[in-house]
Write a protein that binds this ligand. Structure first.
Ligand code: NAI
Ligand code: MG
Length: 506
C-alpha cells in the first residue's frame, strides 16, 4: 500500500463498547493476511471470563498449518513493507495508535472481560500504555540509521540497519495489549512483518488490535494467531522463516523457546519472570514507601506482574508499622466485579492460576514462623461467587530461603522480610535466581546510589515504584531474561540486523 493510499480515510470499524457482543463477533478467528479467518482445522477453544466462569467466545485453535499460512503472508508482505521509508512505516504505526486511541475504552472493556482485571485501575491504564507505545515508536522511524566508521582515508566504511524479516512474538495474558505493543511497534517500524501468538487465556483484545491496525497496515504485515503453547507457539518459534523470536512469559517456557530459536541461530529476546525485591530502609518516608509497596506489588492486578515487588525487605525498626500501614492501604481496596467503576481489584486469570496461588498460600501458612495477614474483603455478591477472587495476603515471618520467597507466585501474595543491616539486606535481595527489577526507599543519597549500583536487576527504582513505560529500557538480568524492550535502542538492537559495508574509493 502506498502512503497516499493509507492517507485516504480507510474504512473505520465502529467503536463497540459492548464487550460481550464484540467478543462474539471475533469468535473463532485468527487474523491472517488482513482477514479474520478460522483455523485451518476449524478447531476452536473456549475463552472464559474469570469473573463468571462463563464462556464469552471461542478462539481459533491455531496449529502448525495456521503458523505456516501466517508466516507465508508475512513473508510476502514484508518485501513491500521494507521498501517503504522508515518514516512512512512510522507514520502508519502512529496512525494505528490514533485509531487504537479512539478504541481505547472498547479495548479496555474487552481485556477486562477476558482477564478479569479491574477496568478502572488496570484495563484503562493498559490501553493508555498501548497507544503510547504506538505513538512513541511511530515517531522513531528516522532514527533507524547506521554509522560511518573512521578507517583508511581511501576507504568508506559504514554500517546499515536492515530488518530481520519476520518476527514471531509470543505473549502472555497478564498485560497482553501492552506486551504486544512493545514487540509489534518496534518490529513494524524497523521494517519487519510480525506473526503474534496470543496467550490462550486472553486472545480477544489483541485480535481486535490486529484487526483495527489492519485498516491501516498492508495485509500480511501484522498477523495474529491464537492457540496453545505446544501446538501453536512452538511451531512459530521453530519456523525456519522466522528470523527473530520475541517472548514474554515464564522462565520455564522461555528456556524451551530460546532453544527453538538457537536451533537455527535466530535471535531471541526473553522477558521472563521475577521475584523483585523492595528494600525499605529505616530512614524511608514510610507513607510514601507504603503507597509504593502497594503499587509495586500490583495488588490491583492481583500481583500478576513480572515486576511485582514480591519480596519486601523492611528494616526491623519500622517493620510492624509498615505492615500495619500496608494492610490498611490494601484493606481500603475494593474487590469486586471487574467492570464496576468502584472496583480496585478483580480476579486472577484462570482456574490453573487460582489453584497455583492458593496452593502457595497454603504452603506459606504451614511454614514455621510465618503468619498470613489477609487484606481487603472477598466480594459477597452472589453473582461473583464463581469468580477467581483471591484475597491479598502479606506474609510476615518468612525467611528469604523459604519457597514463597524464592519462587514466582504471580498472585496477590507478598513476603515481608525483616532485616537488620544494609549489608545483610543487599545480600538477601541479590540472593535470587531472578534479576528483573528492584526498588529501594531511603533518604540517604549514598545508600541509594550504592544500591543502584549493587542491586542485580535490570530496572532499579529509588523512592518510587512506577510501571514499565515506553521509553524506559526494560529487561532482566540473570534468569529474568535476555535483551531489552520499550526503547529506541531495543528497536535497533533486537529488530534490525547491522551490516558493515566497506567501499574502496580507489
Ligand atoms: P507461559 O510462559 O507458559 O506462557 C506464555 C506464552 O507462552 C503463552 O502464549 C503460551 O501459550 C506460550 N507457550 C507455552 N508453552 C509454549 C511452548 N512450548 N512453545 C511456545 N510457546 C509456548 O506462562 P503460563 O503458563 O501462562 O503461566 C505460568 C507462570 O508463568 C505464571 O504463574 C507466572 O509465574 C509466569 N508468567 C510470567 C509472565 C511474565 O510476564 N513474566 C507472564 C505470564 C506468566
Ligand atoms: Mg505454561
Amino acid at each position: 500500500m502506498s502512503l497516499a493510499a493509507s492517507a485516504q480515510s480507510p474504512q473505520r470499524l465502529n467503536v463497540n463498547l459492548d464487550a460481550a457482543a464484540l467478543a462474539q463477533s471475533l469468535s473463532g478467528k485468527n487474523y491472517v493476511n488482513g482477514q479474520l479467518v478460522g483455523s485451518v482445522s476449524g478447531k476452536t477453544f473456549d475463552v472464559v471470563s474469570p469473573a463468571t466462569r462463563q464462556v464469552v467466545a471461542k478462539a481459533a485453535f491455531g496449529e502448525a498449518a495456521d503458523v505456516d499460512a501466517a508466516v507465508k503472508a508475512a513473508k510476502a508482505a514484508q518485501k513491500e513493507w521494507a521498501k517503504l521509508t522508515p518514516r512512512e512505516r512510522g507514520r502508519m504505526v502512529s496512525e494505528c495508535g490514533r485509531l487504537l486511541e479512539l478504541h481505547a475504552e472498547e479495548l479496555a472493556r474487552l481485556v477486562c472481560l477476558e482477564t478479569g482485571k479491574a477496568l478502572r485501575t488496570e484495563c484503562r491504564p493498559e490501553s493508555k500504555v498501548l497507544t503510547d507505545a504506538f505513538e512513541m515508536f511511530g515517531g522513531l522511524g528516522s532514527e533507524i540509521k547506521g554509522e560511518t566508521v573512521p578507517h583508511k582515508s581511501d576507504m568508506l566504511v559504514m554500517t546499515i540497519r536492515e530488518p530481520v524479516g519476520i518476527v514471531g512474538a509470543i505473549i502472555p495474558w497478564n498485560v497482553p495489549m501492552m506486551l504486544l505493543s512493545l514487540k509489534v511497534c518496534p518490529a513494524l517500524v524497523a521494517g519487519n512483518a510480525v506473526v503474534v501468538k496470543s496467550a490462550e487465556e486472553a486472545p480477544l483484545a489483541v485480535l481486535r488490535i490486529a484487526q483495527l491496525c489492519g485498516q491501516i497496515l498492508p495485509p500480511g504485515v501484522f498477523n495474529m494467531l491464537s492457540g496453545m503453547g505446544p501446538e501453536c507457539g512452538a511451531p512459530l518459534a521453530q519456523h525456519k522463516d522466522v528470523g527473530k523470536v520475541s517472548f514474554t512469559g515464564s522462565v520455564e517456557t522461555g528456556k524451551i523457546v530460546y532453544k527453538y530459536a538457537a536451533e537455527r541461530m535466530a535471535t531471541a529476546t526473553m522477558e521472563l519472570g521475577g521475584k523483585s525485591p523492595m528494600i525499605i530502609m529505616q530512614d524511608a518516608d514510610l507513607d510514601r514507601a507504603v503507597d509504593g509497596a502497594a503499587n509495586g506489588m500490583r495488588f490491583t492486578r492481583c500481583g500478576q506482574s513480572c515486576t511485582a515487588a514480591s519480596r519486601m525487605f523492611v528494616h526491623e525498626s519500622i517493620h510492624d508499622a509498615f505492615v500495619e500501614k500496608l494492610k490498611a492501604k490494601v484493606d481500603a481496596m475494593k474487590m469486586g466485579d471487574p467492570f464496576d467503576e468502584a472496583t480496585d481489584i478483580g480476579t486472577v486469570i484462570s482456574p490453573g492460576q487460582f489453584e497455583k496461588v492458593k496452593n502457595y498460600i497454603a504452603i506459606g501458612e504451614k511454614t514455621a514462623g510465618a503468619k498470613a495477614v489477609r487484606c481487603s474483603t472477598l466480594p459477597s455478591d452472589a453473582k461473583l461467587k464463581d469468580g477467581f477472587y483471591i484475597q491479598p495476603v502479606l506474609f510476615v515471618g518468612l525467611d528469604n530461603n523459604s519457597k514463597l520467597a524464592r519462587e514466582e507466585i504471580f498472585g496477590p501474595v507478598t513476603c515481608i522480610i525483616k532485616f537488620k543491616t544494609y549489608a545483610d539486606v543487599l545480600a538477601a535481595a541479590n540472593d535470587s535466581e531472578y534479576g528483573l527489577a528492584a526498588t529501594i526507599w531511603t533518604k540517604d543519597l549514598k545508600t541509594a546510589m550504592d544500591a543502584a549500583h549493587k542491586l542485580e536487576a535490570g530496572f532499579v527504582q529509588v523512592n518510587q515504584n512506577v510501571v514499565v513505560q515506553p521509553g524506559l529500557s526494560y529487561g532482566g538480568f540473570k534468569q529474568s531474561g535476555i535483551g531489552k524492550e520499550a526503547t529506541l535502542e531495543a528497536m535497533l538492537e533486537h529488530f534490525t540486523k547491522k551490516k558493515t559495508v566497506l567501499i574502496n574509493l580507489n
